[in-house]
Structures are given as C-alpha cells and as structure tokens.
Write a protein that binds this ligand. Structure first.
Ligand code: A3P
Length: 287
C-alpha cells in the first residue's frame, strides 16, 4: 500500500501518472495562450466541483457534455503525463487544470491574458479531505492515521507540497484582472452568486434557465451520480475504490469532527505564522 512520491524541485508528486520530464517541460517550455482558461488549486480544495461548473458554463447548462466526456478530458491536468501529451498540441480554446505551485508553473503565465481561477478552501478541511483521499489514490503515501497525515501536511510532505506556500505563491497574482480567487466556502454559501461571478469573469453570458441548469448539474448529488465526474471509472491500478470515493461528504467544517484540541492549537499557530502579510478577513474561514 505504502508508496513514496516522485520528487521534483523539492515538491512531492504522486508516483503514478507523472514524469519528471513533463514537469520540466511544463515549467520551461509550455506556452500559456491568451485564450486559455485555467483552474488552479491545491488538491482537495473542491477542484472537481469548479471544473464541473466551468464545463457547464461553456455548455450553457446543457448536461450532455459533462455526462458523456470524463472530467479529466474536459479539463485535463497540465502536469500529468496524459495532460502534457495532449495540451501543447491542442487547438484553441483550451480549458485545463493544475495543482502546481506557482514556481513550477510555466513562466509565460505572468505575461499572458489567460483567465485563471484560483480555488481555495479552509486548509483544515483540505487536510480532512486529503486524509481520506490518499487512502484511495495510489502512487501516494498511504496515511495510517489522521494524526500521521496531519503531521505530513504541516511538513508539506503531501502531494504538491506545502499548502501555505501554494497559497502564498499564487496569491501574488491577486489583483490582476485575469486572476479570480474563489473559495469552496463561497460556492457552498451561495452557488448561484458564485457561478454568476465565474461566468462574468470568463466573459460568458447565461440566461436564467441556463444558470439554473448549471446549478442543478453541478450539485453534489448530480456529480456523485455522474460517472464522468465521480472518478469511479478510473482503473483500480490508480484508485482503490473499495476505500472510499472522491465525492465523500461535500461539506464545510468537517475538520471539527477530526481535529483534537492539540491539533487545533498547533494548526492555528502555524497558520498565523505563515499567513502574516495577507489582509485580515480575506478568507471566509477566518471570520
Ligand atoms: P470532501 O472530501 O470534504 O467531501 P478536489 O476536487 O480538489 O479533489 O476536492 C474534493 C472535495 O470536493 C471533496 O471534499 C468533495 O466531496 C468536494 N466536492 C466535489 N464536488 C462537490 C460538489 N458538487 N459540492 C460540494 N463538494 C464537492
């Protein structure tokens, strides 16, 4: 069960589906185009929810696309072997996703007009979601206990490294007109307003019927029932489906059922230290 990571420039990657040569090429050769639409996130932030919403915005709420094409083909992962094989040759328009920290992303992004959406989630819930997910996903270290995974997370010894560095790194882009920051908590609190914000940022127009269909088809239940989005068709070589599912609970605040008092205190201390410099009240989970 236990397996170690693939390491690139001090960052751990799953050892299945990733290659050092692709990671080097993404950083040094890949060219971001002005028309690209890129979902950026640390794993377990609700990335698949956002990818589904973006797919549905581009299909004007018509569920046909999300129900017939796997989510990883609708919005491929730039840094995976399969994604990097496909994306550089793909004609416009390109919609894709990445978990890369900013220092490993193509530098061309800094001069591009590509639309980027950076999704964040309360890191305590990111930890909780990751603990369960890395018992399912192969090619990663298998956490035996929550406490063990909690420590790995604080050390940045989880896929894609330190959440704190990822967040601080990408948030340097905050304020650029082609960079939208959105949180999982906002999606939860008001999906309609959040989807409106996203499609306006993308320069798309949806009428109320189309918007209602996006909301309906991006719901937790709809995604859980959609085999093109719920990851159940991923072969057993990559995921141990007997251990659980990607669409696990889909709630905010589940961390409260997992953290001990000591973990709450340890996390708060590190969070405060790392997040200095960001404006207070930036994240819904801080208020
Ligand atoms: P939980 O494990 O807390 O349930 P990612 O896509 O970045 O891997 O994140 C997965 C998390 O997003 C999981 O959280 C999953 O349940 C949640 N998620 C995915 N689709 C969702 C949806 N439509 N509504 C709410 N949460 C969703």
């Amino acid at each position: 069960m236990a397996s170690d990571y693939l390491w690139f420039e001090g960052i751990p990657f799953p050892s299945l589906g990733y290659r050092i040569e692709d990671l080097k090429s993404v950083k040094n050769e890949f060219v971001v185009r002005d028309g690209d639409v890129i979902t950026l996130s640390f794993p377990k932030s609700g990335t698949n929810w956002l990818r589904e919403i973006i797919s549905l915005i581009y299909s004007k709420g018509d569920p046909n696309w999300v129900q017939s094409v796997p989510i990883w083909d609708r919005s491929p992962w730039l840094e995976t072997e399969a994604g990097y094989e496909y994306l550089p040759k793909k004609e416009d328009p390109r919609i894709y996703s990445s978990h890369l920290p900013i220092q490993l992303f193509s530098k061309s992004v800094f001069h591009s007009k590509a639309k980027m959406i950076y999704l964040l989630r309360n890191p305590r819930d990111v930890i909780t979601s990751g603990f369960y997910f890395y018992r399912i996903l192969k090619g990663c270290k298998y956490p035996q206990t929550f406490d063990q995974y909690f420590e790995w997370f604080l050390q940045g010894n989880v896929p894609f490294g330190s959440w704190f560095d990822h967040c601080q790194g990408w948030l340097q882009m905050r304020g650029k007109e082609n960079f939208l920051v959105i949180t999982y908590e906002e999606l939860h609190q008001n999906l309609r307003t959040s989807v409106e914000k996203i499609f306006q940022f993308l320069g798309e127009k949806l009428d109320s019927e189309e918007l209602n269909s996006v909301l309906k088809n991006a719901s937790f239940k709809a995604m859980q029932d959609n085999k093109m989005s719920n990851h159940t068709i991923i072969p057993d070589a990559f995921m141990d489906h007997s251990q659980g599912q990607l669409l696990r609970k889909g709630v905010t605040g589940d961390w409260k059922h997992h953290f001990t008092v000591a973990q709450r205190e340890a996390f708060d201390k590190i969070y405060r230290e790392y997040m200095t410099g960001l404006p207070p009240g930036l994240f819904p989970w801080d208020s």
